[in-house]
Design a protein around this ligand. Structure first.
Ligand code: GTP
Ligand code: MG
Length: 181
């Protein structure tokens, strides 16, 4: 089953939108398997968004993501990755359709309230199993962030980004037979 990493960014937390956002995913019928309020370090933000590190807005974006606590969530469900992207809406909230989270709740790309993984592979990577060859600096920084000196993945030159293994919950929601035939 697919997993996606969803993050309420610092503006969403400051604006009191956490409940509203969680509610949209709950009502849709996806399963919450991980949740925490978390102050993201610069190193983690840079690792998470490393594909964008050549963009002119990159430093501003890292400041934004680290400017206050974020809410980290892992959601599970068939097709959850593309469906969450649809619920979230376009990167630019002014282009996002009404009815989407960004379309309803934001006005600027640089304050767009929420992140969602863009592929199942990135969902896995962002949640727990980053099979990345990290530089020594990143390994140290990330392991400090996660306080995970005993994280077994680090020994295999892999690391967790936003969650440690024990932080995810496998459970069966009682509504499941009413959601999935
Ligand atoms: P995420 O779910 O956060 O990854 O957004 P996305 O997948 O819709 O967009 P993308 O991965 O291309 O960009 C990541 C984030 O960088 C966006 O969500 C914005 O917060 C920020 N960003 C992207 N483009 C711009 C831009 O032109 N200006 C500014 N200030 N921020 C941008
Ligand atoms: Mg993205």
């Amino acid at each position: 089953v697919d997993k996606t990493y969803i993050m309420v960014k610092p503006d969403g937390v400051q604006r009191g939108l956490v409940g509203e956002i969680i509610s949209r995913f709950e009502k849709k019928g996806f399963k919450l398997i991980g949740l925490k309020l978390f102050q993201c370090s610069k190193e983690l933000a840079e690792e998470h968004y490393k594909d964008l590190n050549q963009k002119p807005f990159f430093p501003k974006m890292i400041n934004y993501i680290t400017s206050g606590p974020v809410v980290s969530m892992a959601w599970e469900g068939i097709g959850v990755v593309p469906s969450a992207r649809k619920l979230i809406g376009a990167t630019d909230p002014l282009q996002a359709e009404p009815g989407t989270i960004r379309g309803d709740l934001a006005v600027q790309r640089g304050r767009n309230v929420i992140h969602g993984s863009d592929s199942p592979e990135n969902g896995e990577r962002e949640i727990v199993l980053a099979t990345l060859l990290l530089t020594r600096k990143h390994q140290r920084a990330t392991s400090e962030v996660l306080q995970s000196e005993q994280n077994p993945y680090l020994d295999h030159k892999t690391t967790a980004l936003w969650f440690k293994e024990g932080e995810l919950c496998e459970w069966t929601p009682i509504q499941q037979p009413w959601l999935i035939e």
